[in-house]
Ligand binder design. Structure first.
Ligand code: DOR
Ligand code: ZN
Length: 335
């Protein structure tokens, strides 16, 4: 029996820039109806002109594939005019604490200095996407950041705040406290724990931010996702880095999961006996939470096993060399 998914969406995706787009864009556009594009380029995407140029560069590589890049601006203090001009062109604004992850040096270092922009975003109904980590001990960073989410969600109760790539049981619990909080969950955080990253030989391909956590945390994520939590959406956080940036001293953070995301999600939802919940996780929840209507694109997965290649271009994917039971068979777009 095939699996049919309507307009699958990846609500957190790094496509990079320049030549890398030739590799990354078609891989996502072949499987998804749209994706939320992260703005942490070498120079952060922090103006409308820059964002429109970046979108055009992406669109060049997905012509005819019925794939919509939902663009995000890199958070800084924006004026009312800038936000009003941008709002129709963006899905939201992505906030990085300064220096917390790849290319986030220009992020926020003083959370007390961003109130005005947040009020404007609330007023203009522009969602706030957040990389929620402190610079504390690596395993505690997400839990320590939850107080920031609490405070933001309380003070800006009409602002839609998305806790990106949550990895902990604590973060899952926080969703119950605030109706204006949503979360994305990645494929890899549903599958691995810190043991997979460094319990045996060190695995640069599995090193990412936030780092994978404990078995208890992973169980909480699985329970929430497989249980159909209505505030949780799929966001791959697929983040490609070329081999020389992974296999070196100072390994870059990021798991490149885009090419395997749909087939592996099918596999783990099937293993959990909840394939009927995949549509909500992969699209319906995001459409409801963000109030978006993606274009119609039906993706059919068939139970045909395939072996994941060791590399796509110069980038090693998640699950490289391993076999996945499901493959994307066809996509049909509405005329
Ligand atoms: O692992 C990660 N890689 N986490 C992030 O937050 C950023 C991303 C990247 O841009 O490589
Ligand atoms: Zn990311």
């Amino acid at each position: 029996m095939d699996i049919t998914l309507e307009s699958p969406l990846d609500m957190h995706l790094h496509l990079r820039e320049g030549d890398m787009l030739d590799l990354t864009v078609p891989l996502s556009a072949d499987h998804f109806a749209g994706a939320v594009i992260m703005p942490n380029l070498v120079v952060p995407v922090d103006s409308l002109d820059y964002l429109l140029n970046y979108r055009q560069a992406i669109e060049f590589y997905c012509t005819g594939k019925n794939f919509r890049p939902y663009m995000t601006l890199f958070f800084k203090n924006y004026s009312r005019q800038e936000l009003e001009e941008s709002r129709e062109q963006i899905l939201g604004i992505k906030l990085y604490p300064a220096g917390i992850t790849t290319q986030s040096e220009a992020g926020v270092s003083d959370f007390s200095a961003i109130e005005e922009t947040l009020s404007l975003m609330q007023e203009l109904k522009i969602p706030l996407l957040v990389h929620g980590e402190t610079n504390g001990f690596v395993l505690d960073r997400e839990s320590e950041f939850l107080d920031v989410y609490r405070s933001l969600a309380n003070r800006f109760s009409e602002l839609h705040i998305i806790m990106e790539h949550i990895t902990t049981a604590d973060a899952v619990e926080l969703l119950d406290e605030f109706a204006n909080l949503s979360a994305t969950v990645t494929l890899h955080h549903l599958m691995i724990t810190l043991d997979d990253v460094l319990g045996d030989l060190l695995r640069p391909d599995l090193f990412c931010k936030p780092v994978a956590k404990t078995p208890r945390d992973r169980s909480a994520l699985r329970e929430a996702v497989f249980g159909g939590h209505p505030q949780i959406m799929f966001g791959s956080d697929s983040a490609p880095h070329p081999r020389h940036k992974k296999e070196c001293i100072g390994c870059a953070a990021g798991v490149f999961s885009a090419p395997v995301a749909l087939p592996l999600l099918a596999q783990i939802f099937e293993d959990a006996g909840c394939l009927d919940r995949l549509q909500d996780f992969i699209s319906t929840n995001a459409c409801r939470r963000y109030r978006i209507t993606p274009s119609e694109k039906t993706v059919v997965l068939s139970p045909t096993a395939w072996q994941v290649p060791d590399y796509y271009g110069d980038v090693s994917p998640f699950f490289a060399g391993q076999t996945i039971r499901w493959s994307v068979n066809s996509t049909i777009s509405a005329k």
